[in-house]
Design a protein around this ligand. Structure first.
Ligand code: AMP
Ligand code: GLY
Length: 425
């Protein structure tokens, strides 16, 4: 079988790494990929937004299955385009990808189908939005409706901050079209978890639990990032909560999408806020999480390829996924200045040394090859993933891998997984 993976970050490296272990696979292509992926797949110089180019490539190479990593091509309708051309593709349609692409759409879906989430209201008018936050009080959360490169959520601690955010989004238009309307919602407290389920549009196949670390600094301080590290399993998701997430959130979401006439096929990513036995959905994403994909796929024992194919075909045949009885932890190594502006082109040392360790796999996120060396080429540069018998052992492995790697200005969190350790006592 020939598989094309679309994307070029840590998530896609992990996907390619796992797909490469399948006996069903003959050739893997990745567009645009990265130097880590190049060791396992043939790189194709096409951007993720080049839906026409990707479709033409898949037709020419007679690709059996295309797997989409990031949300952008999904919201551009890559799945519809491929299906119309008779190509199998893993990822939701443009209509279904609205679950990530429009916060208003996803909030209305949850309200309609009784899925637990923060109380909210939608606005396009500045004065009405300001009146609402004055009535509700702070802290309060302001969200641009559309995709805003992870910057569209403002956790306003004061009314002044809330009004400023409304003005920036609705009046100044800092997020362009993505900010033509906004969602204002109740501020939630608790611990976040990431929940994933494969789905054929009707049935779901949930994955193991995971947790990300969104803020840039230790102790969850500083601005939000794409994710500075992740681990699986996440003890905040107890067995009881896991089953409730399946029954009260994941399945009703898929049923609701089908009832709305836009059945959701692919992987559904549910961002949750957990407080004791209370679960609430923060957001949905139409794709795998990054970095969550790295620890999750490191733990997955089942062959991934039949599951991806089933979702693409719209008929899940696998009844349950098998997992290695181990924990996995991914520590993200980022460039200096991230999540703000950062330099590129710094030479990275030690990747091979880290990969030589038993139970360590380095996934490339933002790297490039230059004169036979690997250099930094993004904000999140590498995801060093370690595994072991327990979360504690996996943390040690991941940081042992990290200790081999260096470049000028490398930054990382030193506390990935500590929340799990605290819960496990
Ligand atoms: P989102 O893109 O909607 O997941 O928001 C990004 C991040 O903002 C989340 O991962 C949370 O850390 C935070 N966040 C979003 N909504 C809320 C909320 N209602 N209350 C508190 N924090 C939130
Ligand atoms: N790690 C969070 C995300 O992929 O959006």
């Amino acid at each position: 079988m020939k598989i094309l993976v679309v994307g070029g970050g840590g998530r896609e490296h992990a996907l390619v790494w796992k797909i490469a272990q399948s006996s069903l696979v003959e050739t893997i292509y990745c567009a645009p990929g990265n130097p880590g992926i190049a060791e396992l797949a043939e790189l194709v110089p096409l951007g993720v937004e080049d839906v026409d180019g990707l479709c033409a490539f898949a037709l020419e190479k007679q690709i059996d299955l295309t797997v989409v990593g990031p949300e952008l091509p999904l919201t551009l309708g890559i799945a519809d385009r491929f299906k119309a051309a008779g190509l199998a593709i893993f990822g939701p349609s443009q209509a279904a990808a609205q679950i990530e692409g429009s916060k208003g759409f996803s909030k209305d879906l949850m309200a309609k189908y009784g899925i637990p989430t923060a109380a909210y209201a939608r606005f396009t008018d500045r004065d009405q939005a300001v009146a609402y936050v004055r009535e509700q009080g702070a802290p309060i959360v302001i969200k641009a409706d559309g995709l805003a490169a992870g910057k569209g959520v403002i956790l306003a601690q004061t009314l002044e901050e809330a009004v400023q955010a409304i003005d920036e989004i609705l009046v100044d238009g800092v997020f362009g079209e993505a900010g033509e309307s906004l969602v204002i919602e109740e501020y939630l407290y608790g611990e976040e978890a990431s929940f994933f389920a494969f789905t054929d549009g009707k049935n779901i196949l949930p994955l193991a639990s995971a947790q990300d670390h969104k803020q840039i600094f230790d102790g969850d301080k500083g601005p939000n990032t794409g994710g500075m590290g992740a681990y699986s399993p996440a003890p905040v998701v107890t067995d009881v909560l896991y089953q409730r997430i399946v029954d009260e959130v994941a399945q009703p979401t898929i049923d609701g999408m089908a009832a709305e006439g836009c059945p959701y096929c692919g992987i559904l990513f549910i961002g949750l806020m957990i407080d004791g036995d209370r679960i609430k959905v923060l957001e949905y994403n139409a794709r795998f999480g990054d970095p969550e994909a790295q620890p999750l796929l490191s733990r997955m024992k089942s062959d991934l390829v039949p599951v991806l194919l089933d979702c693409a075909r719209g008929e899940l045949t696998t009844k349950a996924l098998e997992w290695y009885d181990r924990a996995a932890v991914c520590v993200v190594l980022a460039a200096k200045g991230y999540p703000g502006s950062y330099p590129k082109g710094d030479v990275i040392e030690g990747i091979d040394g880290a990969n030589a360790l038993d139970g360590v796999q380095v996934f490339h996120a933002g790297t490039a090859a230059r004169d036979g060396r690997i250099v930094t080429n993004g904000g999140r540069v590498l995801g060093v993933t370690g595994w072991g018998d327990s979360v504690a052992a996996a943390i040690d492995k991941a940081y042992e891998g990290v200790s081999k790697i260096s470049w000028d200005g490398m930054q990382l969190r030193r506390d990935i997984g500590q929340k799990a350790l605290k819960r496990l006592g």
